[in-house]
Design a binder for this molecule. Sequence first.
Ligand code: UP5
Ligand code: MG
Length: 220
Amino acid sequence: MVAGFLRALSGTAARRANRVSFVSMKPQVVFVLGGPGAGKGTQCARIVENYSYTHLSAGDLLRQERSRKDSESGQLIDTYIKEGKIVPVEITINLLRKAMEDTMQKDEDKFRFLIDGFPRNQDNLQGWTAVMEGKADVRFVLFFDCSNQVCIDRCLERGKSSGRSDDNRESLEKRLRTYLQSTRPIIELYGEQGKVRTIDASRTVDEVFADVRTILDKEG
Ligand code: UP5
Ligand code: MG
C-alpha cells in the first residue's frame, strides 16, 4: 500500500513540480524540527520579529485546512492529528507550496521561509524532494531538542487553554511515539549531511532564542 502510494505520489508530484512557480528569487528554507511542545512555534515567532523570515507552520496550515468549509481533506486531517499520525504528504506539500507561492507573489523580497514541523517522516521528505528539489534551497535544520518530559509538561500545560484536540495525554503519547520513530530519523539524516543546528530547548524562551540568534547571525 505504501509502495502504491509512493508510485501515485511520484506521478502526481512530478506533474505538480512543473506547476511550481516562484516569482524571482529561489526560496531559502530553514526546516524547524523538534518534539511536540519543544517550542518551535514560539521561537519562530521570535525569529520573525527579528529577522526577515516568513513562518509557515505545517501543523497550523493543516488545522486551517481542516476548518475550511469545503475541504475534502478536513475529516482525514482531523483523524490524523488526534491520532498523532502524519498526514499524507500530498496534502501537506500542497499547502506549503501554495503558502510559499502566495507569499512571494505578494512580495518578492519575502523568499526566506521557516518551515515549522516538516518534514516529519520519509513520506514527507520524498514529497518535498519530488515537488521542491531544485526549486527551493534547504539551508539547514533548526532542531529544538528537549526531553520527552519537557514536551509532555508543556503540551499539557498549554492544553488547559489551547483547545487543540491533540493536547491531551492520550494524543500526546502517540505524538511522541511518532516523533521518536519517524521524525528523529529524518533529523539524523540531515545531521549526516552536516545540516542540523541543535539547540537545547529545555531552557527559558529567552535563553533558547539567544542560541537561535547566534546561529542565524552566523548563517546569514
Ligand atoms: N513554551 C514554548 N517554549 C517554552 C520554553 N522555552 N519554556 C517554557 N515554555 C515554553 O510551545 C508549546 C508550549 O510550550 C506553549 O504553551 C509555549 O508557550 C510553551 P510551542 O512553541 O507551541 O511548541 P511547538 O514545538 O510548536 O509545539 P506543537 O505542539 O505545535 O508541536 P507539534 O510538532 O506536536 O505540532 P504541529 O502543530 O507541528 O503538528 C500537529 C500535528 O499535525 C502532528 O502531530 C501531525 O498529526 C500533523 N502534522 C502532519 O501530519 N504533518 C506535518 O507536516 C505537520 C503536522
Ligand atoms: Mg507548533
